[in-house]
Design a protein around this ligand. Structure first.
Ligand SMILES: C[S@@+](CC[C@H](N)C(=O)[O-])C[C@H]1O[C@@H](n2cnc3c(N)ncnc32)[C@H](O)[C@@H]1O
Length: 235
């Protein structure tokens, strides 16, 4: 099996500690993205996930890489107990304000995507991961982590731009090639089209919906199979 863990990403993490105040996002960028995202909110998607979950009221939702918190707040408006998890303090401030302005309470958790492991297996009715998968340190390990966080019968939703979207040049082209061919992840290259679904299909699922209408972006929705005693090791 090809190696997916690149030491360079771990060295980066050691040198850039969130608990010591490191933030990859500047206030200026966070505000800019917040404005952009405010015009792009997919309320139809939230309604659909609510319906597919037979109502999110009282259910646990993890917004992985939640950013400015638009989706966290929408899930909370559906009555869900929402955990926002992200690496950026700047986004946390924006997401906190957004929730407060709506009179909603969210659980906030600051850390790298991989640190979501602390929430434990089978913890969430919905794990929502929108446009941040590629920041994970290993596609394979992150697929396993994300699947594991979902409760049996619960749902995972992933939307991620693909390497076709990123149109990398120079060094980034090499990073993308290494990731696409050898699964070596240096930095955060976007995954090749189809990889996320293939990784999720390594695990027991009872439903899989793929939106491949654009090769620039993969959308994967799955329901974790019930009656599986423990999260199995990936194939
Ligand atoms: C493009 S934004 C998407 C935000 C939100 N999910 C949305 O759909 O609007 C990517 C998010 O990933 C977060 N992020 C980047 N690298 C991360 C990492 N290593 N661990 C956790 N979050 C990370 C950023 O702070 C940012 O909030």
């Amino acid at each position: 099996m090809p190696s997916t863990y690149m030491p360079i990403n771990f060295v980066h993490k050691l040198l850039h500690r969130v608990e010591e105040g490191w933030d990859p996002i500047s206030l200026e960028y966070a505000k800019k993205y917040d404005r952009f995202a405010s015009n792009e909110i997919d309320t139809v998607l939230v309604k659909r996930l609510d319906a597919l979950s037979s109502g999110l009221e009282g259910k646990r939702v993890l917004d992985l890489g939640g950013g400015p918190g638009h989706y966290s707040v929408l899930f909370a408006k559906c009555g869900a107990r929402v955990t926002w998890h992200d690496v950026s303090r700047e986004y946390e401030k924006i997401a906190r304000k957004r929730a407060e302005d709506c009179g909603l309470s969210l659980d906030f958790s600051l850390g790298y995507l991989e640190e979501a492991k602390k929430f434990g297996e089978n913890s969430f009715d919905l794990v929502f991961c929108r446009v941040c998968w590629y920041y994970s340190k290993s596609d394979r390990a992150f697929g396993r982590l994300l699947y594991g966080l979902v409760k049996p019968g619960g749902m995972g939703y992933i939307k991620c731009n693909t390497s076709t979207f990123s149109r990398p040049k120079g060094m980034r082209k090499l990073q993308s090639w290494l990731n696409g061919r050898l699964w070596w992840k240096i930095g955060h290259p976007m995954p090749p089209h189809g990889r996320i679904a293939k990784l999720i299909q390594n695990y027991p699922i009872e439903r899989l919906e793929l939106d491949y209408s654009s090769d620039l972006c993969d959308v994967v929705l799955f329901v974790k199979r019930r009656g599986v005693p423990c999260c199995p090791t990936a194939a």
